[in-house]
Write a new protein. Structure first.
Length: 365
């Protein structure tokens, strides 16, 4: 099914809500790449995809809700998609730091945190993996479905811009009856072999509190009323455990609320840092690559399906026209961070998608 849609060349998305069994396709009936501004969202219908940083070279885009339908695993349809290897990859690949370079970046950021320039900074990195000559995207998505039932899984195809796919545990904005809901997701530890809930340490609890307090304060400044929080509680995503607090926001019925909420919430300390502007400045001077849609937000809005926006984490990018993909991961740095552990955390997070790729035919890694 997904392979066939890619071959048509029309923008589409396949996604599945957490703990559901049906796959949903939203397909556009032309090849145009549509851009949007958050204030336009109340009048638009489709699947939305926005970058992490307003300074990204890629704009916010959406796939119009021209056609949609559900399907289930086992209805594969067309065969695998042939991938091409271009003569040069320089225009697509970002600068990919090795372990030594990444640890140096961590050290630089920790020094700035110690100087009081920020309390938390979320450093990220990409890692390239080769792909086989043909790739079965339908089998890949089905494996994501079976492996990560509690995540929001997605595969977004944009002609000429490649494919983004992932299994994210983090809700940015959920439209319910009386409320909007957002989550403060911060504090991460790997699961042991028993997959039991870990004993949370002071670093993780502090990270969680930073994110929760920041979100509540930003919502208050924006004029929104919140009701008592639910949490923090532990959520499991792949081989990682996270601390999560659910925050409910009273709906006012004003169309401009969506834009105001996105302005207040994105990017959160969980994907950027705190204070926001100070963390962004440090990242622009240290990270030195365009995250594009990684750690941006995505999801369906104003369609026949529940309106929810998620943070684009635990994700990867299939580069356009290439036998290469980029895995992305990051971690929150605070004064208590240990560089070697932060590197290892990114490796564990990348394994969310790498472990799925390793199950694909002919994948050699």
């Amino acid at each position: 099914m997904i392979n066939l849609l890619i071959k048509t060349g029309y923008p589409f998305v396949t996604f599945r809500y957490p703990h559901e069994s049906e796959f949903i396709n939203i397909v556009q009936n032309d090849r145009e790449i549509n851009t949007f501004r958050p204030e336009e969202m109340p009048d638009l219908s489709g699947f939305f995809l926005a970058p992490f940083d307003e300074g990204s070279r890629l704009p916010p885009v959406y796939i119009r809700h021209d056609l949609s339908y559900t399907w289930a695993p086992g209805h594969e349809g067309s065969g695998p998609v042939a991938l091409q290897e271009p003569e040069t990859t320089a225009s697509h690949d970002p600068d990919i730091p090795g372990k030594k370079a990444y640890l140096k970046k961590i050290g630089e950021i920790l020094s700035r945190i110690e100087q009081g320039q920020a309390e938390k900074v979320v450093l990220t990195r990409p890692e390239a993996v080769p792909l086989p000559e043909v790739f079965d995207f339908t089998a890949f998505f089905t494996t994501l479905h079976h492996q990560y039932p509690a995540a929001f899984i997605f595969l977004v195809y944009l002609p000429g811009r490649g494919i983004w796919a992932g299994a994210t545990p983090e809700v940015l904005l959920n439209a319910t009856g009386q409320y909007y809901e957002t989550t403060a997701l911060a504090g991460t530890l790997p699961l042991d072999e028993s997959r039991s809930i870990p004993d949370w340490g002071s670093k993780e609890l502090h990270e969680q509190q930073i994110v929760t307090d920041y979100i509540l304060e930003e919502l208050r400044r924006a004029g929104f009323r919140t009701v008592p929080n639910k949490g923090p509680h532990t959520v499991i995503a792949g081989g990682m455990a996270h601390l999560e607090t659910t925050i409910r926001i009273a709906r006012t019925g004003h169309p401009e609320d969506i834009a105001r909420l996105l302005q207040a919430l994105h990017p959160t300390p969980a994907i950027c840092g705190y204070p926001q502007q100070a963390a962004l400045e440090i990242l622009r001077e240290t990270e030195l690559y365009d995250r594009q849609y990684y750690t941006g937000y995505l999801g369906p809005w104003n369609t026949r399906y529940p309106s929810r926006l998620y943070i684009n984490i635990r994700s990867m990018q299939f580069l356009p026209g290439m036998r290469r993909a980029l895995l992305y991961a990051g971690g929150g740095l605070t004064a208590a961070s240990v560089p070697e552990k932060e590197w290892e955390e990114t490796r564990l997070k990348m394994n969310t998608l790498l472990s799925v790729l390793e199950k694909m035919p002919n994948f050699t890694g």
